[in-house]
Design a protein. Structure first.
Length: 218
């Protein structure tokens, strides 16, 4: 009941316009099934092999999101079933996703990761790189028929400074609005995790990735 109670509490705080991704990395299938039985259908995983195993064991109406840093050589393992890949930050990776999606006669949805944090360890594109990548895909659209860039994602700095986190979220929302005006396929703004999702939503997020507040700490 612990997981189900956590889920219900969080769901009650979210409007219908905000999508909840339950981040289930390192958690056993039994925990995921508790969330599933409470109505959760979207799960996010960080590790390819773990995701593949859970996909085999979980009900087939689950929507799987890959939210970690994806290596190009591992795309083929999740291409048959993945619904959304967060954190895409290079042409190389997009090209491989397109290639593997084509193999399975699918269109795979992707989010481009923007580096909004003041940290060396975070991945992502800066504004100039984001602009260049979107223009490249648009110009070479015929070569990328099996991917769809549907939004942006970002992770704020790991800090207790709420003002800094808010500034980073507002910056990403500004970029989202700017590029959405040029590319109407951009619908998803994925930002906010267990510690900051309420602030992220206040800043315009419409997809939050919540793990420990649902499943407990790892």
């Amino acid at each position: 009941m612990y997981i189900q109670n956590n889920l219900k509490k969080i769901q009650s705080q979210l409007s219908e316009t905000v999508t909840l991704v339950a981040v289930s990395k390192t958690k056993p299938v039994a925990d995921l099934m508790q969330a599933y039985d409470a109505g959760q259908r979207i799960f996010g995983e960080n590790y390819v092999q773990e995701l593949v195993e859970k996909h085999k064991q979980m009900p087939k109406d689950v929507s799987w999101h890959f939210i970690g840093h994806l290596q190009s050589r591992k795309v083929k393992l999740i291409a048959p079933f993945i619904d959304l890949i967060h954190g895409v930050d290079s042409i190389k990776l997009l090209t491989e996703i397109n290639k593997q999606a084509k193999t399975h006669n699918r269109i795979i949805n992707c989010l481009l990761q923007v580096d909004i944090a003041n940290e060396e360890t975070k991945f992502g594109l800066n504004e100039e790189e984001l602009d260049g990548l979107l223009n490249y895909i648009e110009t070479n659209n015929s070569d990328y028929q099996n991917i769809q860039i549907v939004g942006l994602m970002g992770m704020a700095s790991f800090t207790s400074d709420q003002n800094q986190i808010e500034e980073e979220f507002i910056y990403l929302k500004t970029l989202f609005d700017k590029f959405q005006s040029h590319n109407h396929n951009l619908k998803i703004l994925s930002m906010g995790m267990s510690g900051d999702y309420e602030l992220a939503i206040a800043c315009g997020s419409n997809m939050v990735r919540i793990g420990s507040s649902i499943f407990g700490s790892r």
